[in-house]
Design a protein around this ligand. Structure first.
Ligand code: ADP
Ligand code: ASP
Ligand code: MG
Length: 473
């Protein structure tokens, strides 16, 4: 029998009575094959958005929709408890615990409204409530189904820095605490059911790991226990050739290498949080992405990356992905060649705003540097650049620093691209033939991806066009 499995259920996978029934069955089956099972859960679908919206409205003094939010949270969680927890005492107990969390949301939002602002720390306390509710619900329904299970909040063992909304775990402390908390439960045959997405600082302040971070939680827990495998149970059959919401003919990839999935996740494939890969890779743990709603489908398995001189099986381009709502920022000027360290200063100015840059291109002939930033941060980044280069702008060494309208970054991924000449030629002729104008290009340094920037309105066409290339190859 295999040893330790960490399985993570996403928001849709715990988002309804039917989904929860599937999750229970998957956990029951896993218990047959694995000595030890840990379950990580997201908030029920839609809940984290609702919580964040409530806090954001409260920070503008708006609390009128709070009672509707309260009822909708109650309704969602209670309907599942009513349907799936037969034992009355247990059912009432879990509902009371969830109700207390809903009331704490109301208190927090009222406090935020009085202060007129929500600090990142307050936002994390609010956002954490979704997982803190779902973990109790899931543990109760699993336990009621006859599988010994216990809810435990990951704030008790995932210890992070105080970088609220994007916290980073301290792996040493987290290792010790996670083993200390989870092993005794598993030794007794109990399935620990824990919260994804959240942790706490060593002082006990609740933090979150970033949106979509439950996948990362599963990887962290898997790496520190250590587990033999981590399964990400979601609402599609695995990692697909593209987002099935854009191209419904998208196909599941039975296997994908670590460096390919890293590029895909980083460049927008929401199916896996990009930070998930590193901990499992470092710890040598198997990773599988599978469908809660189609449990007999094998899903996608992660396989070791092919060495740079190795032969790559299968299609040259494996998948295409898109990140929307980006803007391209350009710094340009004829005198730029004479300005020392322009790039270093430019990225220093960007970094000082806490913005990360997904794509950079430099055209020396035009004496410009161009890079993408998320749209909502573009104006902050522009002001920071204008401040850093005030002198050069005044001296006209730099003519202007400007941002485009919204654009999307489209990325094609495939380890075989490294050894196959002419891939970018095919990519660009296909886009040209389909009438998509390419604004900028960058090749991933790992050589398993090529990214290009297109206008927002061209996003779907670009993805569809490039997906046709995959199908045709
Ligand atoms: P969960 O709540 O289970 O974490 P997410 O919504 O975060 O699920 O991620 C799953 C979704 O990712 C899918 O429903 C799909 O629409 C989207 N997605 C985007 N790109 C891909 C891709 N290449 N393969 C599979 N799913 C993708
Ligand atoms: N519930 C969190 C979010 O919506 C984390 C997750 O689902 O992975 O971002
Ligand atoms: Mg997700």
């Amino acid at each position: 029998m295999s040893k330790t499995l960490v399985m993570k259920f996403g928001g849709t996978s715990v988002g309804s009575v039917d989904a929860l029934k599937n999750a229970i069955q998957i956990i029951r089956n896993a218990k047959k094959d694995w000595e030890r099972v840990v379950v990580v859960t997201s908030a029920m679908s839609g809940v984290t958005n609702l919580l964040i919206d409530s806090a954001a409205s409260a920070s503008q003094g708006k609390v009128d929709s709070l009672s509707a939010t309260e009822s909708s949270l109650r309704e969602k969680h209670f309907a599942a408890a009513d349907a799936l927890v037969k034992d009355e005492a247990q059912r009432e107990a879990v509902k009371a615990e969830i109700d207390a969390l809903i009331l704490s949301l109301v208190d927090l939002c009222k406090a935020i409204a009085i202060l007129g602002e929500a600090s990142p720390r307050a936002m994390d306390t609010v956002a954490s409530l979704g997982e803190r509710m779902s973990v109790r619900l899931l543990a109760a329904v699993v336990h009621d189904a006859g599988i010994p299970a216990q809810a435990i909040e990951s704030t008790e063992f995932v210890v992070t820095n105080a970088h609220f909304q994007n916290a980073h775990p301290d792996f040493n402390v987290t290792t010790e605490k996670t083993r200390g908390k989870l092993n005794p439960l598993m030794d007794k045959g109990i399935v620990p059911i824990t919260t994804g997405f959240i942790g706490a600082t060593s002082e006990g302040a609740i933090t979150t790991l970033g949106r979509g971070g439950s996948d990362y939680s599963a990887a962290i827990i898997g790496a520190v226990l250590p587990a033999d495998e981590v399964w990400i149970c979601t609402d599609v059959d695995g990692v697909m050739t593209t987002d099935p919401r854009i191209v419904k003919e998208a196909q599941t990839l039975p296997e994908i290498s670590y460096n390919e999935i890293a590029e895909l996740a980083y460049y927008g494939a929401k199916v896996l949080h990009p930070k998930t890969i590193r901990p499992v890779l470092d710890a040598g743990i198997g990773l599988r992405i599978c469908n809660t709603f189609n449990p007999s489908h094998p899903g996608t398995r992660l396989i070791p990356s092919v060495k740079s001189n190795g032969k790559v099986e299968g299609k040259v381009i494996k998948a295409v992905t898109a990140i929307r709502k980006q803007r391209l920022i350009t710094i340009e000027g004829r005198g730029m060649l004479g300005v020392p360290g322009v790039a270093a200063r430019a990225f220093g100015a960007v970094a000082s705003t806490g913005t990360s840059v997904p794509l950079i291109t430099q055209a020396s002939s035009e004496q410009s540097i161009c890079f993408a930033v998320p749209s909502e941060l573009a104006s902050t980044v522009l002001s920071s650049l204008e401040k850093s280069f005030a002198r050069e702008i005044e001296d006209e060494d730099i003519d202007r620093v400007w941002a485009t309208e919204d654009v999307s970054i489209i990325t094609v991924v495939g380890a075989g691209m490294r050894h196959t000449p002419g891939v970018s030629g095919r990519v660009f002729s296909k886009l040209g033939n389909d009438g998509v104008n390419v604004l900028a290009i960058a090749q991933g340094s790992s050589e398993v991806s090529i990214s290009l920037v297109v206008e927002a309105d061209d996003t779907e066409n670009a993805v569809k066009a490039l997906h046709e290339l995959i199908v045709a190859s």
